[in-house]
Design a protein. Structure first.
Length: 361
């Protein structure tokens, strides 16, 4: 890999010659601007706004624009004369736990390579010291005309350096969080935990840029003259009433299905649906009209019944009471008749048995 900066790591009185190498690379696809009429490439030329003449790179210098628009020329000699101790040195200023570095400060990443055989021993010493201490080194260095902040850590057997933003370059979070007070229920937190557990972990090496692959396929099809099938767009996401519990439950089920597991029920709660605002208003209005019509019909029927048969209900009550009394009298009479008949039969049996007893005596 080609180095972009040569210098040394200052580790106390120990100096380690190193080469700075980019640790990352961009795979994004870049496009050129063209003239739609004839396909000619659009190019930008650097023109002086005073004489409107195109200028070369050798004729271009630096200047600072003041608040009133005045240009203050700054030459490379002016910058070189500034006291910059880290011009060719990565100066370690402290060793701290990695947790003390705010990820918001992370910037570009570099690999530090030992520059030459004599640098191998002190390079290895610093690497092993970082490993054993389980700390990172905070350092200052100069790159591209300005002093920067960096963090040194060990990646495999290499010392890597992350460029860090200065603390005053991190903007405050004022006005970013929701302004209204929001209460999250335990049930919602439980479902969020279930979703996190279902999604589980991921192998970062398996993640890739789907959009870049789609662009590459598009370019290949255009170059070969083949027609590319348009991608199917998902359902429109606007205008929906989202129930957070339902969304979490459905997310857990979808995650389980994606992992080949049985979705089942989440916490014993049936599947809820996300309803469109338009559909909700429409169905709500129809239901309200139906309820109103049903109530009006029922009221009309009751009123009509009261007008046509005013004394009907009392008559039913009288008839029911009379039927009950009549049934009671019949039951009492039948019981008395059965009792009398049974008594008569008993007397007759006794009379028949009496002569026999006398004869035997």
């Amino acid at each position: 890999m080609r180095s972009i900066w040569n210098g040394a790591i200052s580790f106390g009185l120990v100096s380690i010659p190193i080469k700075l190498v980019n640790a990352t690379e961009s795979h994004s696809i870049s496009f050129r601007q063209i003239h739609l009429a004839d396909g000619g490439r659009i190019r930008y030329r650097k023109v002086c706004e005073l004489d409107e003449q195109e200028v070369t790179a050798a004729e271009i210098g630096k200047a600072y624009e003041d608040a009133d628009g005045t240009m203050i020329p700054i030459t490379d000699e002016d910058l070189a004369s500034l006291p910059l101790p880290t011009a060719k040195t990565i100066e370690i200023v402290a060793f701290v736990p990695a947790t003390e570095i705010d990820p918001l400060q992370m910037d570009a990443a570099y690999y530090l390579s030992a520059n030459g055989v004599p640098a191998a021993k002190p390079y290895t010493l610093l690497r092993e010291a970082l490993k054993r201490s389980q700390k990172v080194a905070v350092a200052k260095y100069a790159l591209r005309g300005r002093e920067r902040l960096g963090m040194l850590r060990v990646v495999d057997d290499v010392i890597a350096m992350h460029g860090l933003l200065w603390p005053d370059e991190i903007r405050a979070t004022d006005g970013v969080a929701p302004e209204s007070d929001v209460t999250v229920r335990d049930a919602e937190l439980d479902l969020a935990d279930a979703l996190m557990a279902t999604l589980g972990e991921v192998d970062m090496d398996t993640l890739h840029d789907d959009y870049r692959e789609a662009v590459e396929t598009l370019i290949a099809s255009k170059a070969s003259g083949e027609a590319l099938q348009p991608a199917t767009s998902g359902e429109p996401g606007g205008g929906k009433v989202i129930d957070l519990i339902a969304a979490l439950e459905n997310s857990v089920r979808a995650a389980k299905e994606a992992r080949g597991e049985e979705p089942g029920e989440v916490e014993g709660t049936p599947v809820a649906k996300v309803t469109s605002l338009a559909g909700r208003k429409k169905s709500g209005g129809t239901g309200a009209k139906k309820k109103a019509a049903s109530a009006a019909t029922s009221t009309g029927r009751k009123a009509a019944a009261k007008k046509t048969t005013p004394g009907r209900t009392p008559a039913k009550k009288t008839t029911a009471r009379s039927s009950t009394k009549s049934a009671t009298k019949k039951t009492t009479a039948n019981t008395a008749a059965k009792t009398a008949k049974s008594a008569t039969g008993t007397k007759q049996a006794a009379r028949k048995a009496s002569p026999k007893k006398r004869a035997s005596a």
